[in-house]
Design a protein around this ligand. Structure first.
Ligand SMILES: C[S@@+](CC[C@H](N)C(=O)[O-])C[C@H]1O[C@@H](n2cnc3c(N)ncnc32)[C@H](O)[C@@H]1O
Length: 235
């Protein structure tokens, strides 16, 4: 059979959005990682295509996203190496199965509950990459209160929106953080580009809340104004 008449098994390389690419770049190479709230399983496919994982668990709480994931696997391959699994958060994932866990595109309060409610994550060998869409302060609080150290924090812009990703690992350390830390994290250390945009959004949200509370809860309002000042001073 001539070359041109042979069937082509070439699979295209998956291109991630800037936001998911940031999450993928944060993930350390590992034997197996779990993507919680996977929807289309883009992250697992990218990780395998790019040799950063041998195996992945693409987990979601809903069956329909797992149908989307199945379509992606049919398109890009890896059906043998990516397991689709119904799971509410990490409830159906066992500690021994994964070296890294990614949770992207979910509310920060939900992600915080997963961090606080999964004791087996408290293991120095496991990496966590979190990309909350809202309530970022809940995620930093949950990490801090449960002995995790933040290793890396970055932001990226996609259109009008700025997204944050955090890489963390359990260290057992409990150190004192300033009150503003949960809102701004390590970003004031590098207040440029998208970090600056992100910080401006955090400050304007805090300012709105502080003003709204001025008469109903002056103490809380004062506390928020103090946090705003501290973030500005830290930049
Ligand atoms: C907006 S999509 C994010 C998809 C992908 N991770 C991303 O960042 O593009 C959120 C996904 O999380 C799933 N999800 C919501 N709550 C969940 C939970 N408690 N456990 C697992 N998956 C959840 C939803 O079904 C949905 O597929």
């Amino acid at each position: 059979m001539g070359r041109l008449s042979q069937p082509l098994f070439y699979k295209a390389m998956l291109k991630l959005t800037e936001r998911l690419q940031m999450v993928a770049d944060f993930l350390d190479p590992c034997a197996c990682f779990a993507d919680i709230g996977t929807d289309h399983a883009y992250l697992p496919v990218w990780m395998l295509q790019n040799g950063k994982a041998h195996y992945a668990i693409a987990a979601d709480i809903n069956p329909n996203p797992l149908k989307n994931a199945r379509t992606t696997l049919a398109q890009y391959g890896f059906a043998e190496q990516i397991e689709l699994r119904l799971s509410d958060g990490l409830q159906n994932i066992d500690a021994w199965e994964v070296g890294a866990v990614a949770v992207a595109g979910m509310g920060g309060n939900q992600i915080a509950d997963m961090v606080a409610g999964t004791p087996w994550l408290q293991d120095e060998k496991k990496q966590l990459v979190l990309q909350p869409m809202t309530h970022f302060e809940d995620v930093r609080r949950a990490l801090r209160e449960n002995g995790f150290s933040v290793l890396r924090e970055e932001t990226v812009a996609e259109g009008e929106r700025v997204y944050l990703a955090i890489s963390a690992r359990y260290s057992g350390e409990s150190r004192a953080y300033p009150e503003w830390y949960d809102y701004a994290g390590t970003l004031p250390q590098n207040p440029t580009g998208t970090n600056l945009l992100y910080l401006q959004k955090v400050l304007s949200r805090l300012e709105k809340r502080a003003k709204a509370l001025q008469s109903a809860n002056p103490k809380e309002s004062e506390k928020l104004f103090a946090i705003i000042k501290e973030i500005k001073d830290a930049c």
